[in-house]
Design a protein around this ligand. Structure first.
Ligand code: GUN
Length: 294
């Protein structure tokens, strides 16, 4: 059996090109440049790279990208004020606060402060509520990217049993809502698994599609999946390595080499889900600008 290695890099480029073209015609019609503000609190090296990539991608698509770097000691009050200013800004249509935040800041309060019409992350309860009601506005970028990868790789989840590993607000929970929606790219039967799931293997081995988003390197092994499975690996874990200059290498939540042999299709890490999240964020930002310009 030939395994398809799903090329997230290539698909994300296609989407970014679509978004860039749409951005151009939106600008020509409305004389407005979609603006994305990304807030980074602290200097976590991985988060810094993600945030830089988001800003770069926004600019490359013809949008205005602005990164706001704040020290890890910033107070919750000051951060709330910065969000308030962005909520009122005419130039900014999308706001994203990179998570996680330092423990002295309530993520819940921060996410709820963002004006829902500018919440391109789709994490505000108003937007997650719309998604769970089956009428989404902004779909969180990683779940949206995963649905796109499945659809563009002949792996429509319609009628399939999908096992999702991880119930985070950013990935697992919205993804379960998205893939079970009554619409294109939905109609799946979803098992949302987590750290308290008993007999996990019993669930994953019966799944047509396994999506791992738990942040544990190489957690999904070949004995946990059935032949011809489609595997989506959301994990980006840094593990120490003397083989690379940086002293670490990136691995996913899936033991790629062995699971690949049983899979019909599988995403690599890096180059799978990661690049898709940026493309979907840009799509949400353009949509936000359109909504705000009536
Ligand atoms: N940290 C990791 N993924 C994400 C994401 O999709 N959105 C935000 N805001 N922070 C993240």
């Amino acid at each position: 059996m030939k395994t398809t290695i799903i090329d997230g890099q290539k698909i994300s480029q296609e989407i970014k090109l679509e978004v860039a073209n749409e951005t151009k015609s939106f600008q020509d019609s409305f004389l407005v440049t979609p603006g994305l503000a990304v807030i980074l609190v602290g200097d976590d090296p991985a988060s810094s790279i993600y945030v830089k990539n988001k800003e770069k991608a926004a600019i490359a698509s013809g949008m205005a990208g602005q990164t706001i770097n704040l020290p890890s000691t910033v107070s919750e009050k000051d951060l709330l004020q910065i969000i308030e200013n962005l909520n009122l800004s005419k130039e900014i249509h999308g706001i994203l606060v990179q998570l996680p935040l330092p423990t002295h800041i309530s993520e819940e309060k921060i996410v709820q402060k963002i004006d829902p019409i500018k919440d391109v992350d789709g994490l505000h309860p108003f937007n997650s509520g719309l998604l769970s009601a089956g009428t989404p506005r902004f779909i969180p970028a990683t779940p949206a990217g995963i649905r796109e990868l499945l659809l563009r790789n002949d792996s429509n989840p319609d009628g399939k049993h999908v096992a999702i590993l991880g119930r985070s607000n950013i990935v697992g929970r919205p993804l379960a809502n998205l893939l079970s929606m009554k619409s294109i790219g939905g109609n799946a039967t979803v098992s949302l698994c987590h750290s308290r799931t008993t007999n996990l293997k019993k669930i994953t081995i019966n799944a047509d599609i396994v999506i791992a988003a738990i942040g544990i390197p190489n957690f999904v092994t070949e004995d946990m999946v059935k032949e011809n499975v489609v595997v989506i690996d959301v994990g980006i874990n840094r593990v120490k390595s003397s083989m690379t200059k940086r002293g670490y290498r990136l691995v996913g939540d899936v033991e790629f080499e062995s699971v690949k042999l049983k899979s019909k299709a599988i995403t690599p890490v890096p180059g799978g889900v990661g690049p898709m999240t940026i493309a979907m964020l840009l799509r949400n930002t353009l949509q936000a600008a359109k909504l705000q310009c009536g």
